[in-house]
Write a protein that binds this ligand. Structure first.
Ligand code: CA2
Length: 144
C-alpha cells in the first residue's frame, strides 16, 4: 500500500515560525517520522510539499494509478482552491484532510474548506499528531 502525504503553502516552515500555533517539529523531521511510521505499518509513505498551487495539482494528478490514499494539508489553499478540489475528485483516490490547528477556531476566512468535499474525513487541531492519525484512518479505510 502506498500513501502520499501532500503539504501546501508555508508548511515547509514548520518548527521555524509560529510554534505556538504549529508546534516545534520541523518539516523534514515530520516527513522522516511519517515515512518511518509507514514502514512500521508495512506501507510506503511518500511526502511532498510545495508552495505553488499548480505544482500541488500536478503531484495529485501524478498519483493517479499508483497511489492508494492521500493525506492532504493544503495550507491556506484549503480555503481558496477549487483546483485542488477538482484534482482530488479527478484522480478519485481516497483522501483525508489534516490541519495542525483548528481553522474553525481561528479567523472566519479559515472556516471554508473546498477540499473537504473530496475527503472522507477531516482531522483538525491535533497538532502534527494529526498526520499520524490520518495515516491510521486511511489504512483502516482501505482495509475495512
Ligand atoms: O492548521 C493548519 O494545518 C493550516 O492548514 C495551516 C495553514 C493555514 O492557512 C490553515 O488555515 C490551517 C498555514 C500553514 C502555515 O504553516 C506555517 C508553519 C510554520 C510557521 C508558519 C506557517
Amino acid at each position: 500500500m502506498k500513501i502520499l502525504i501532500v503539504n501546501g503553502a508555508n508548511l515547509n516552515l514548520l518548527g521555524i515560525r509560529e510554534p505556538d500555533i504549529y508546534g516545534h517539529t520541523g518539516y523534514s523531521a515530520l516527513c522522516q517520522d511519517l515515512t518511518e511510521y509507514g514502514r512500521a505499518h508495512g506501507i510506503t509513505v511518500e511526502t511532498y510539499q510545495s508552495n505553488h498551487e499548480g505544482d500541488l495539482v500536478d503531484r495529485i494528478q501524478a498519483a493517479y494509478g499508483n497511489t492508494d490514499g492521500i493525506v492532504i494539508n493544503p495550507g491556506a489553499y484549503t480555503h481558496t482552491s477549487i483546483a485542488l478540489l477538482d484534482a482530488l475528485k479527478a484522480v478519485g483516490i481516497p483522501a483525508i484532510e489534516v490541519h495542525i490547528s483548528d481553522p474553525d477556531l481561528r479567523e472566519d476566512f479559515r472556516k471554508v474548506s473546498y477540499i473537504r468535499f473530496a475527503c472522507f474525513k477531516t482531522i483538525k487541531g491535533h497538532g502534527v499528531k494529526g498526520y499520524f492519525e490520518a495515516v491510521d484512518e486511511l489504512i483502516a479505510h482501505l482495509n475495512p
